[in-house]
Write a protein that binds this ligand. Structure first.
Ligand code: GDP
Ligand code: MN
Length: 382
């Protein structure tokens, strides 16, 4: 889960990192009011979960409340990387002497968190990594010992910070602390501004949290931005399903993530394109199966649905009941290819065969995938 800039910065600030004063606005008048209260020049910044916002014109400086309102009006009309802008951060403008980069991420080869610093902040770090990899200094953080002062001093020296910037150690430790305590995959300040009074200020903030650890952080889960997900993804999460939209024409409903991946591979092998990844999970009830199928059937461009169930803990008759229940509430002519094997598969097939809907029961996954691909093709030609 990605956090918006203002959310990331508040998490940084709670742990002692200095950030500019500011507030979030959803309308131009609100932006003007915040600018007036801040009493000076402000930066008006689109809150969108895509990179390159500044370059796209989503960050504007305004010297009066009226200018802030104008900037807000313009930015709220923008789409940045396909994302409409609904919220703005209005914060006091800062006189920048230098822009640094500071980030913590996981290095999967090292199996450790690494802290990265660069004197070339303000531009995307991937760009620095390509153009001048030596400009990025990296230290690996021992999970037991934490980030040491010698390490932060090494980073400061490596990027040429003057010694009097004693606060760098504090910012670096606080950033690592934020990363660790939120179970983040990434915590990044870019730019970490050196102001003309020599202060270090987080001007931008980016955090990516580990979804698999979010259950430990109900407070962070609350920060989830609805615009980060499609309605289908949000609904799937609510129903406890793993769902990823993929855009092809064959809707998929499978139990087990590995089987879902294998099913997608087989569809691709026979020349089709999966519309989604969907794992209904182990031991799914008829209600869950029905919810999952309704979700898949609503995908606008699907030509056919392929259901592939391996009954272990999951019972095929229960799945079949879910399929029939879902179809009763749907007026759709989309054909379904179903392959059930394992626990109670005979009963499951009987339930399906008794249904009035257009169901094609296949004996193997190969047969099911071939039929689904053929149906998708023929429907496209019609
Ligand atoms: P990004 O493009 O999404 O990474 O947006 P940032 O928040 O990093 O802002 C992009 C750039 O705008 C920064 O690197 C700064 O150069 C500039 N900027 C942002 N806020 C201020 C500010 O308060 N004062 C000044 N002078 N520049 C700012
Ligand atoms: Mn930035």
């Amino acid at each position: 889960m990605r956090l918006q800039e203002h959310q990331s910065k508040l998490l940084f600030a709670e742990r002692g990192i200095a950030i500019p004063r500011g507030a979030v606005a959803a309308a131009p008048e609100e932006a003007r009011r915040i600018a007036r209260d801040l009493g000076g020049a402000v930066a008006v910044k689109a809150q969108v979960l895509v990179g390159g916002r500044g370059k796209a014109g989503g960050v504007r400086l305004a010297s009066t409340p009226e200018e802030a309102e104008e900037a807000a009006t313009a930015i709220l009309k923008m789409q940045i990387g396909g994302c409409p802008v609904h919220k703005l951060l209005v914060e006091e403008a800062v006189n920048i002497r230098q822009e640094l980069y500071l980030g913590v991420a996981i290095d999967r080869n090292l199996r450790q968190a690494v802290m990265m610093a660069s004197a070339e902040g303000g531009v995307e770090i991937e760009q620095v990594a390509r153009a001048d990899p030596g400009a990025i200094k990296v230290v690996a953080v021992d999970p037991l010992l934490g980030l040491g002062t010698a390490q932060t001093q090494g980073l400061a020296k490596g990027i040429g910070l003057p010694e009097e910037l004693g606060t760098f150690d504090g910012v670096a430790r606080s950033l690592y602390e934020t990363f660790l305590s939120c179970d983040a995959l990434l915590a990044e300040i870019n730019p970490l501004a050196v102001t003309n009074t020599g202060q270090l200020l987080a001007l931008d903030g980016k955090m990516v949290l580990d979804d698999n650890a979010l259950f430990r952080h109900p407070d962070l889960e609350q920060l989830r931005d609805a615009s980060d997900e499609t309605p289908a993804e949000r609904e799937a999460r609510g129903a406890g399903l793993s769902y990823v939209y993929l855009g092809g024409e064959i809707g998929c409903m499978v139990n087990g993530a590995g089987l879902a991946m294998a099913t997608m591979d087989v569809i691709k092998f026979f020349g089709g394109a999966p519309a989604n990844f969907l794992d209904v999970g182990g031991g799914a009830t008829a209600e869950q199966v029905a919810a999952a199928l309704r979700l898949v059937m609503r995908t606008p461009q699907i030509e056919v649905v392929l259901i592939n169930i391996f009954g272990g803990i999951t019972r095929c008759d229960e799945v079949a009941r879910g399929i029939v229940a879902a179809l009763e509430g749907i007026e759709s002519r989309t054909p379904l290819v179903v392959q059930l094997s394992g626990t109670n598969e005979g009963q499951g097939r009987e339930i399906l065969n008794a249904s009035a809907h257009r169901l094609i029961v296949a004996g193997t996954l190969t047969e099911a995938a071939q039929k689904a691909v053929a149906l998708a093709g023929s429907r496209q030609e019609m």
